[in-house]
Design a protein around this ligand. Structure first.
Ligand code: ATP
Ligand code: MN
Length: 528
């Protein structure tokens, strides 16, 4: 095992282990990292400590004269100056330089050769290295030998806190991106998803400036035609679950770009939610959790090391990271033709949005810019109502340009390629959270199948009196009363009231964008 020099990155540690094979990273994790263990399935279990999800409030972007006019500054992109970034970068390097061993992963983001970007991860936990080995596109030995200098470097010093006395730090966690120098610094969070979404944020900056649309979506392709379908949606709406579809080829579960040639996956792996995962309902994902996969923050039996996917003791957000080829129908390389369908997923915990609606071009823009989903009542005492969440482009936290930039690109591509667009509710049916129940996965799968077969384009529809879109009223595999939500609610007055309430929340949220969109998009929202 030869050591690799990271001197050009200011790393003085002698023992740098670069692109270790998973088996060797396992050995390192079991030997060196008390927060790692081996599951009986062969997956590597790891704990991320206190942070078990992303820390969006702690993200910072360096304000730089070359990029500042392009950035959508605000709550998502909070500026820091170059000097403060330098302080955090030095803190991260100083911490990493105290370690006896460091891990380095050199790999790519972007399956389209014209967009391929060289990424380097420098980290101190073997699990972080295995995670990015799984999530990025793995170089061949020849490609690794010719890798040269990376375009983006992630300094993951997540075990070490940020200094709260540093200007602009509001907690001990800081995730800082310098778009101009291609550096990402992570302090005070060991949640591995920060690295993956850091790369995505970079892609969200680079792609639009090159005429490509970066998208927070999963994607599948038709086995015969190679045409694709993309599923946008916020966290927990079903992107990953629905893209593991035995009838289709898997292109990717989370991050894609749409170019003049079609679509490509940014990543080389998937990051699935595993709470309550079963082999019956999600067999492809379940069987991917074998040797090589990382299982984050799950609970396992002390004797058998068997994982209990139903236990949310550490977090609701238990996760698995595995290479995309662990899913049987993955298409390598992860590229496909232009989409036939764009599906907007929402998990409506109010239970008023129909399981599937057809959207006009203007309605698509309205809903894309709104980016609605809902969170179910948390564990807080007294909170019984669902909470509406609006996040532009179904990926607000990762946008760098103004949402309008991505919306314009999407509108143009949908028109050019004559794409059908759909709004699919994977959330509640028969009543709001507390009264109704989550849409059965089998029902949503039938709907997605019907969309992909082309059958749903000719299906009968009825106009929704509150939201104004066309609701599909007959679909194989779905009972008719489920398709029209008002029919599945026992209390019709409660339905009407809840629907109007949600419509009001849409209108309130859209005020922010009213001035920046065309009147026909503004008028494509709720009508009732
Ligand atoms: P993220 O952006 O955080 O990765 P995601 O959109 O990929 O989120 P999934 O990982 O697919 O979300 O999570 C959807 C969860 O909801 C899964 O745990 C899945 O089992 C569950 N689920 C229950 N009912 C449905 C349904 N009808 N459609 C889709 N998912 C469902
Ligand atoms: Mn996902």
């Amino acid at each position: 095992m030869t050591s690799f020099s990271l001197k050009s990155q200011g790393i003085t540690v002698e023992n740098v282990l670069r692109n270790l094979a998973p088996a060797k990273l396992y050995a390192e994790a079991i030997r060196e990292d008390p927060k790692s263990a081996l599951a009986d399935s062969g997956a590597l279990i790891a704990y991320s400590g206190e942070k078990t999800g992303r820390s969006p409030k702690d993200k910072r972007i360096v304000r730089h004269p070359d990029s500042e006019k392009n950035v959508w500054w605000g709550a998502v992109n909070i500026p820091i100056d170059k000097q403060t970034f330098g302080i955090n970068l030095e803190r991260a390097k100083d911490y990493l330089n105290t370690r006896g061993t460091l891990y380095c992963v050199d790999a790519y983001a972007g399956w389209d050769p014209a967009f391929r970007t060289k990424i380097r991860i420098i980290c101190a936990r073997p699990y972080h290295a295995l995670f990015m080995h799984n999530l990025l596109i793995r170089p061949t030995p020849e490609e690794l030998a010719d890798f040269g200098e990376p375009e983006i470097v992630i300094f993951n010093a997540g075990e070490f806190p940020a200094n709260r006395q540093t200007a602009g730090m509001t907690s001990k966690t800081s995730v800082d991106l310098s778009l101009n120098s291609g550096e990402i610094v992570i302090l005070g969070t060991e949640y591995a998803g920060e690295m993956k979404k850091g790369v995505f944020t970079f892609m969200n900056y680079l792609a639009p400036s090159r005429g490509a649309l970066s998208m927070h979506c999963s994607a599948t392709a038709d086995k015969k035609t190679g045409r694709s379908s993309v599923l946008f949606g916020l966290s927990g709406t079903g992107k990953t679950t629905l893209s593991a579809d035995p009838r289709r080829m898997l292109i990717g579960d989370d991050e894609h770009c749409w170019t003049d040639r079609g679509i490509f996956n940014i990543e080389g792996g998937c990051y699935a939610k595993v709470l309550d995962l079963t082999s019956d309902t999600e067999p492809e994902i379940f069987h991917a959790l074998r040797f090589g996969a990382v299982l984050e923050n799950v609970v396992f039996d002390a004797d058998s090391h068997h994982v209990n996917f139903g236990d949310a003791r550490f977090t609701q957000n238990t996760r698995a990271a595995y290479p995309i080829e662990f899913i049987p129908n993955a298409k390598i390389p992860c590229v496909a033709g232009h989409p036939t369908d764009v599906i907007l997923l929402t998990c409506d915990a109010f239970g008023v949005l129909p399981p599937v609606s057809r959207l006009s071009a203007d309605q698509t823009m309205y809903h894309f810019i709104s980016g609605y989903t809902a969170k179910v009542a948390g564990t807080e005492v007294g909170v019984t109502e669902p909470q509406a969440t609006f996040s532009p482009c179904f990926g607000g936290p990762f946008l760098v340009w103004h949402p309008g930039k991505y919306a314009e690109l999407l509108a143009a591509k949908i028109e050019q390629h004559k794409v059908n667009t759909w709004l699919v509710n994977t959330g509640w049916s028969g009543g709001a959270y507390g009264k109704g129940s989550r849409m059965k996965l089998s029902i949503t799968r039938s709907i997605v199948d019907a969309i992909h077969s082309g059958r749903l384009s000719d299906a009968p529809v009825v106009r929704d009196p509150v939201f104004g879109f066309d609701v599909v009223s007959a679909c194989e595999g779905v009972p008719n009363e489920i398709l029209i939500p008002r029919m599945s609610w026992a209390d019709k007055a409660a339905y009407d009231q809840t629907a109007r309430k949600l419509a009001g929340l849409f209108r309130e949220n859209f005020k922010t964008y009213a001035e920046g969109v065309k009147p026909n998009v503004l008028n494509a929202g709720p009508v009732g």
